[in-house]
Design a binder for this molecule. Structure first.
Ligand code: DQA
Length: 145
């Protein structure tokens, strides 16, 4: 069972950006923690990060063919990335949306997510642990179905 873990714009800067919202771990640190959990759960994970919506669309079109679920922190694309949303829909895979920060407790423009209604669910505000919880949930969801 392979699960894609996709990160959007600026998430390559974790560890250097707004620690009060995003914590101090780098994306590599988080990917290591997710990999540890994946090993425990006996699932495969594949990581991808891009600052470009088109690159995320290209990746999803290709990688989703060989995967069973998607965890995505789309960064700012969450709020306006319609082509990314379409690629997620076209993948026909279960999607879990995650955010390090609680987008609902921040600026108004962050409250709306263009992927929330096509995701199984959303985790927001639990920091890096949200990635691990999303993996646990998606693995159990896929094993059940
Ligand atoms: C984010 C929240 C977004 O609003 C923001 O643009 C990000 C990160 C989060 O993880 O909290 O880049 O997705």
């Amino acid at each position: 069972m392979k699960i894609l873990v996709v990160n959007g714009p600026n998430l390559n800067m974790l560890g250097k950006r707004e620690a009060s919202y995003y914590g101090v771990k780098t994306l590599a640190d988080i990917e290591d923690l997710v990999s540890d959990k994946a090993r425990d759960l006996a699932v495969d994970v594949e990581f991808f990060q891009s600052n470009h919506e088109g690159a995320i669309v290209d990746y999803l079109q290709e990688a989703a063919q060989d995967a069973e679920g998607i965890i995505i922190n789309a960064g700012a694309l969450t709020h306006y990335g319609i082509s990314m949303r379409d690629a997620l829909t076209d993948s026909r895979l279960p999607v879990v949306e995650i955010h390090l920060s609680n987008i609902h407790a921040r600026e108004e423009f962050r409250h709306h997510s263009v992927i929330a209604d096509i995701a199984i669910g959303q985790i927001a505000g639990l920091g890096w642990q949200g990635y691990v919880f999303a993996l646990e949930y998606l693995a159990s969801h896929l094993k059940r179905s």
